[in-house]
Ligand binder design. Sequence first.
Ligand code: GTP
Length: 594
Amino acid sequence: MQVRNFSIIAHVDHGKSTLADRILEHLGAMGERDKRDQTLDTLELERERGITIKSTPVRLNYTRPNGEKYVLNLIDTPGHVDFNYEVSRSLAACEGVLLLVDASQGVEAQTIVNAYLAIDSGLDIIPVVNKIDLPAADPEGAAQELEDVVGIPAEDAIFASGKTGVGVPEILEAIVERIPSPPGDPDAPLKALIFDSVFDAYQGVIVFVRVLEGQLKPKDKITLFSNGKHFEVDKVGTFSPGLVVGESLTAGDVGWVAAGIKDIHDAQVGDTLMERERPITDPFPGFKPAQPVVFSGLYPTDTEAYRKLREALEKLKLNDAAFSFEPETSEALGFGFRCGFLGLLHAEIIQERLEREYDLDLIATAPAVIYRITLSNGEIFETQNPAEFPTRDRVDLIEEPYIKLSVMLPEEHVGPVMQLLQERRGSMVTMNYLGKRVELIYEVPFAEILYDFHDRLKSISRGYASMDYEIIGYREGELVKVDIYVNNEIVDALAVIVHEDRAYPLGRKIVDKMAEVIPRQMWPVPVQAMIGGKIIARATVKAFRKDVLAKCYGGDISRKKKLLDKQKKGKARMKQIGTVEVPQEAFLAVLSTE
Ligand code: GTP
C-alpha cells in the first residue's frame, strides 16, 4: 500500500483543527477522533492534548477518484513557539505539509516560522488558503502574500474552508500527487526517529516513532542512540486512530513502540532508536534534550499542601520531559519548588493543571531566565533565581539570553511597536515590507519579553501583531537586582533582575501595583523597591478599608461595588508575610500591564 506522511501547520487560530476534522469526516473517520480519545483513556494516557502532549497521529485510508488506495498519516504538531523544537521533530516524521493561511488574516508570524521549519526539514509544502467562506476573505491576496513572503508560488494554493468543506477533495489529491512517498530501506539497520512519547501506567513509556530505515517488531533488541540504554520491544502498532497493535513497523511507517521504558527522560523527542546488534553511526541529526529556559517558584498557599504539590509535580514530570523542578525555600513563602519550563505558555499550562487537576492553590513567582555570572574571583556560575543573585561588588560580568524576535503587523502600527521594542532594549535586524504589512526582526533580551510584552504588543496593535522568537545566545547586560520590601521586611520571592535603565520605572510599577492589591491594614504599610539597599521607589498601602469607599463620595453604588469586589478577589490567594497578607497578584506585579 502507498503511504503519505503529512502534517498541518498554521498560525494559531487559522483553522488547523477544524480543517483536520473536515478531512477526517470526508474520509469517514469522523467520530473516530472521539473513539481515539477513549482508547487513550483506557491506556491511562494523559488526556491533555495539543500542547504538552500532542494528539496522536491519525492513520487514514484514502481511495482516489481513480480507485488507487493510499494510507495517509496525519501527524499533529504543537502550535506554539515554546515547542518549536518539537514541531521540527514532528515535521521530520513527514515528507510534506499543508501550510494553512487564514484568507481574512493573511500571513502571520507563526505562518512564516512554521513555513521555514518545514522548508528546513526539506518538506514539500502545499499552500492552503483557508476560511474562504468568511465575508472578509481575500484568498488571492493571502496566496500572493505567501508567494511574497515565503516564496511559495501563489498559483499552487488551494482555496478551502474547514467550515464548509470546500477544497477538501483537492487537498487530498494534492497530498497524493505533490508529497513523495516515504523513502527508506526496510533491510537496512534500524533507524527510527522519536517524535513524541507518552507515559502509560501499565506499559511504561509509549514512544511515537517514524521509521526511517529498517524494521521494528516485538522482541527486537533496541538501543537509544543518545544514552546507549537497551530495551526489548514489547509491542508495536499504528494509530488507527487509537493505538492499534500491529506486527511490525517498516521504513516509511509512522507508529508506536512499547519497550518497557520506565522513564520518559530516556525516550526524548528527537532521539533515534536503533538495533542493538547493528548500531548506526548517523542518527537523526540535531538531537537536544529538552531544556527549560524559563523558571518560576511555585509555593502552596497552604504550607500543609507541600507534599501534595511534590506528588503532583512528580506525576506531571512523568509525562513531560521538558519540565523540571527542585525544592526551594523562600524566607517569605516557605517551602516550595523552583520549576523550569520551555516558555511562558508551558509554565501557564503546568500551573493550570496543578490547580485544576490536583486541586492545589499556588503562589507563583515572576518568571526568570538563566543568567550567566562571572564573579570577581573568576568563578562562573548560572542562576535563574533572583534570590541567588550576588551583590554588584562581587560581580565582574553578567550575561543574559537573547532572542531573535519576529513581529508581523499592519503598517500603521509600526511606530508604536518599534517604540515598545526600543523600550525593551531591542535592536533592529531588519524590517521587511510585505504589501500593507511589515515584518520586524529584532534582537531582544529574552527577559524583556517575559514581562507583559505580548499583552502590550497586542494592545498597541489592536490585536493585529503576531510574534515568534528563538533563543540565539548570551550577551553582556548591565543588570541589577531590585529587592522589594513590604512593611520594612525584604520579601526574597519578589526580587527581580532587570537592566539598570529599566530599574526605576519597573520598581515604580511594582510598588504601585502592590500598594493597589495588598488589602488595607489598620495602619499604613510601606512598600519599597531597592537596589543594594537604596530606595528607588516607594508606595503606601493606605490604612483601612473605609478609605476605599471614601473616594466614592457616597453616590456611585456601582463603583463602590466594583472596588469591594476587587478587594474580595485579591483575597482569594494570600500569603502571610510578617503581619501583612500579600495576594498572588502582588507576586506577579512585575507582569501587570497597567
Ligand atoms: P488548533 O491550534 O489546533 O486549536 O487550531 P487552530 O487554532 O488553527 O484553529 P481552529 O480549528 O481551532 O479554528 C479557529 C477558529 O476559526 C474557530 O473559531 C473555528 O470555528 C474558526 N474556523 C476554522 N476554520 C474556519 C473556516 O473555514 N471558516 C470559518 N468561517 N471559520 C473557521
